[in-house]
Design a protein around this ligand. Structure first.
Ligand SMILES: [Zn+2]
Length: 258
């Protein structure tokens, strides 16, 4: 039986940052990913003007996302909802949840991963996409049948943010300020229920991220700290409710009923 994870995010590359390492650990198994992206990121930067124009950036970024998943190496099904980049929050949650549910209804993924209420960087598109994905998850689960066993919020533990900030200060650098727009913010460590060590597939994840060529490279973080940030993918278990003190799962598919 094919296990499926749905990655429901706002922009091409959100999915790569959040779950590419996790999925790379399942290459060669009967596991697939369904990627649902609310926007095609057409308002984003163009790191190299030879790669795209503001007019075609959305289509280019869709292709980059497809290419990034080829690099990860698991079978992928893409759904591009093509809402305006920067305007996801203007779409009624009910309507966006309906679009997401439509994309997931047939495949009935076992696990859905999306953004939590802090949206990793506080980006309004992220927050709105996560809210609608949550609504879609519960709607489809209530319909009964297979799948929809676990809802995960990809997020950054506060402990990771603190470690990173200490590294920055040691180098005389100013750490990212979580109160600034589009800067990463932490979530209390005790809220996490899944922590995936992706260090063995770090290079693969890095290559997948590099397929998002128009987005350039993470310039805010010194390169030797990248593995610290990208080599682990952490998730809050939004559903089912996690018992206090329950062991941290090491994989998004761990312990699912067969
Ligand atoms: Zn994003």
């Amino acid at each position: 039986m094919t296990r499926r994870l749905a990655a429901v995010f706002a922009h091409p590359d959100d999915d790569t940052y959040a779950v590419a390492g996790t999925m790379a650990l399942h290459v060669g198994e009967d596991v697939g990913v369904i990627v649902v992206l609310a926007t095609s990121g057409e308002a984003g930067q163009i790191a190299d003007p030879s790669l795209a124009t503001p007019e075609n950036l959305g289509r280019v970024r869709e292709r980059e996302d497809v290419s990034s998943w080829r690099e990860v190496g698991v079978p992928v099904e893409h759904h591009f909802l093509r809402l305006p980049d920067g305007g996801v929050a203007d779409v009624p949650t009910d309507e966006l949840a309906g679009r997401i549910a439509e994309a997931l209804r047939e495949a009935r993924p076992d696990v859905v991963a999306t953004f939590g209420p802090e949206g990793v960087t506080g980006h309004e598109d992220h927050i709105a996409a996560g809210k609608a994905a949550t609504e879609a998850f519960h709607r489809l689960r209530a319909e009964g049948g297979a799948g929809f066993r676990r809802l995960l919020y990809g997020a950054i533990p506060q402990g990771t943010m603190d470690r990173l900030a200490a590294e920055f200060r040691e180098r005389g650098l100013e750490p990212p300020d979580p109160t600034e727009p589009f800067q990463p913010r932490g979530v209390p460590d005790e809220r996490f229920g899944v922590s995936v060590d992706c260090s063995s597939v770090y290079e693969r994840k890095l290559e997948a991220l590099r397929r998002h060529r128009t987005q350039g490279e993470m310039q805010d973080i010194p390169f030797d700290l990248w593995e610290d940030v990208l080599g682990r993918e952490d998730f809050v278990v939004a559903w089912p409710e996690r018992e206090t003190g329950a062991p941290i799962l090491r994989d998004v598919l761990e312990g699912l009923p067969s």
